[in-house]
Design a protein around this ligand. Sequence first.
Ligand SMILES: NC(=O)C1=CN([C@@H]2O[C@H](COP(=O)(O)OP(=O)(O)OC[C@H]3O[C@@H](n4cnc5c(N)ncnc54)[C@H](OP(=O)(O)O)[C@@H]3O)[C@@H](O)[C@H]2O)C=CC1
Ligand SMILES: Nc1nc(=O)c2c([nH]1)NC[C@@H]1CN(c3ccc(C(=O)N[C@@H](CCC(=O)O)C(=O)O)cc3)C=[N+]21
Length: 297
Amino acid sequence: MTATVIDGKAFAADVRAKVAEHVTRLKEVHGITPGLAVVLVGEDPASQVYVRSKGKMTVEVGMNSYEHKLDADTSEEVLLALIAQLNADPAVHGILVQLPLPAHLDSDLVINSIDPAKDVDGFHISNVGLLGTGQKSMVPCTPLGCLMMLRAHHGSLSGLNAVVVGRSNIVGKPMAQLLLGDSCTVTIAHSRTKDLPAVVQQADIVVAAVGRAQMIPGEWIKPGATVIDVGINRIDKPEGGTRLVGDADYDSCAAVAGAITPVPGGVGPMTIACLLANTVTACSRANGLKEPEGLTA
Ligand SMILES: NC(=O)C1=CN([C@@H]2O[C@H](COP(=O)(O)OP(=O)(O)OC[C@H]3O[C@@H](n4cnc5c(N)ncnc54)[C@H](OP(=O)(O)O)[C@@H]3O)[C@@H](O)[C@H]2O)C=CC1
Ligand SMILES: Nc1nc(=O)c2c([nH]1)NC[C@@H]1CN(c3ccc(C(=O)N[C@@H](CCC(=O)O)C(=O)O)cc3)C=[N+]21
């Protein structure tokens, strides 16, 4: 079997088009322009590229983008003061603090100081609790993007066996909650899991969020299963230079899977599209307006 390639780029373009439509309505009918503030502490080059591309896409869908770049040695006090200012700013509907933060900053404390209503990453403990109890919340962008692609591919996910490899707070755990919410039978695997190949072999849906290049080979995949590859790993090319690969070994997995997301061009673009979707959702809620349909879980 040769897997259907799930085109994350095309999905993301579709989500952004829906966001843009909603932004136009907010502006023209209500005179409100949604605003997203991104806070970057330090000069990590990969984060800088990523923050720039988020800013560009934010403006492309018609929203305001506010970028705050702070020195790597910024104190917690200064960062918390900036977040307090953004929390109070009515022009800012979404706040994202780029992770990881430099080691001297307490990221739990920083994330939990964001107004939950503006927490477009969905990392605040209130949003985590709301998601875990099936209540309306801000849903983390990467798992939300994965869920949208899975729903579009499968229709109903009810009763399917889903294995999430990775248990981070930003991907693995919220992904598992969303799959459970859609009535999958969910297993969360991690570095202490016994016999990972046998666990993955049970899965109708595999979500790989580990951060280890090409660690999941095709032999682990049940024929016809769907592979959602969250991993973003840069590896050296034999001919020199580097390229991005996922946590799944693409060629061998694509040979047995029913469907697979590529890296790049899979989950990554959907993450950014969902960030924009969350910002427009947050803006609508903040103004007591109807939320856009199909843009949240
Ligand atoms: N496409 C996108 O939009 C995004 C991509 N990413 C990418 O996704 C990947 C995961 O990110 P993130 O969740 O933040 O990573 P973390 O490093 O926070 O978590 C990795 C998880 O993988 C588990 N793990 C590590 N080694 C193994 C192993 N050998 N077998 C099974 N499980 C293992 C860890 O287990 P344990 O808990 O036991 O240590 C941990 O739970 C990275 O490549 C990251 O770059 C991340 C965010 C967004
Ligand atoms: N507060 C916070 N929220 C995040 O959501 C967050 C974060 N911090 N820190 C870093 C990770 C990583 N992440 C990615 C998003 C998009 C791509 C993406 O668009 N990737 C492209 C490739 C980009 C390239 O070529 O480098 C793709 O997969 O096609 C990648 C990675 C969000 N993260």
